[in-house]
Write a protein that binds this ligand. Sequence first.
Ligand SMILES: Cc1ncc(COP(=O)(O)O)c(C=O)c1O
Length: 389
Amino acid sequence: MSAKVTLDYSLEVFETLLGEASRMVTRRYDNLDEAPTFAGLSPAEVASWFDEPLPDKEMDPQELLQQVDTQVMKNATLNISPHFHAYVNTGGTQISIIAELLASAVNQNLGKWHLSPIMCEIEKRVIRWCADLIDYSSSAGGVLVSGGSAANLAGLTVARNIVFENQAVRDKGLFGLAPMIVYTSTEVHGCVDKSIEQLGIGMSNLRKIPTDNDNKIDLNVLTDQIQQDKADGLQPFCLIGNAGTVNSGAIDPLDKLADIAAEHKLWFHIDGAYGGLAGALEEIRSLYKGLERADSIAIDFHKWLYQPFEAGCVLVKSWDELERTYYKTASYLSTDDQSDNRFDFNKYNFQLSRNAKALKIWMSFKAYGADRIKNAIRNDIELTRYLEA
Ligand SMILES: Cc1ncc(COP(=O)(O)O)c(C=O)c1O
């Protein structure tokens, strides 16, 4: 019989490597004030470091860590630096770094309840807390996804599948239906364009309404356009409000948009990837009035919850809408005992196998508490006001 094949190191070696990896992590925090935020290397130089054929033979893991330390750790863009201000980008939290290590170590698959019973409950709790934080529906359903783009795609998928459920859109597709029209402002993020293309709705059916001087959607143009489209025999079906536009952070008049959506029977989706979580701050809550009326909301935890990539979240009014959008049976997914209400996440989202994104978020909420997280968001807003002054 051949010798046992394993990719595992001895526990002693594994522990030494973990120790070295944790020192590599903590060294990243050295001298944060002085360290450059960008390594300034040329693409050609970086490419040259990795220009090698597939390695057939093993490498000493200590040497490998050394290489990662010199090339990856020391040259990674320093988004934890107090001088890093690029894009809508956070550095991650220390408790999340630990959570990611632990989540990888237990390597749970959120597809089926019994593959990940604890992580499954943790994710449901994180969704509950997220909805509570921004004062959204107490019966909200949701799923953690890779980020804001995926969260918007998920929200708009639910919109399409629920609004056109009676036309059997999941079965028949869009064939034979009058064009479905979606409304948003010209300031909307490009991932909405991509979602509209991907959902088969087509860019020519996405109406980008001009904005006012504050980069908020012009409500008069919006209502005129909806009326025009109805008169033209098209099917207005979805209105997307921005709770923090990518360019300027502008928040559309969400309450008025909710009124318009109700009047014209449109699904009301909010892209809160950038600004949604700032709705947790009592002093600016009035800007978010109407968010609680949204049918779906995209949230990004790797923005204003300071999480390491990737962590986004889609919220909808009920779990049932997610199930009606995504549920599929398959013999390989059936389990004998469903009598105890096992919650299989694969019924509620596109993915089957899915990692445990919620652990880092749950640990962050527990470790820092919502008050401290809100204070960090407050501080960011104050810094922006300082820069503006
Ligand atoms: C308003 C808005 N929506 C969506 C996105 C896309 O999010 P992600 O980069 O996490 O996919 C962003 C990213 O900056 C954003 O600002």
